[in-house]
Design a protein around this ligand. Sequence first.
Ligand SMILES: [Zn+2]
Length: 55
Amino acid sequence: MKKKAKEVRQEAVEVICPKCRETNIVYFPKESMPTCPYCKVEMIIKEVLTEGKYG
Ligand SMILES: [Zn+2]
């Protein structure tokens, strides 16, 4: 039996600091873009990890 996804699908996203290359995993859209704890700059998306894993 197939289940229709009514809930907002969460995407695990690997983010990286553009300055020191520190990486982190966050879940969108539940979490917002994190800030690097060392540089205090907003991290950027490096890779979306959940593509095609749910469904
Ligand atoms: Zn940093």
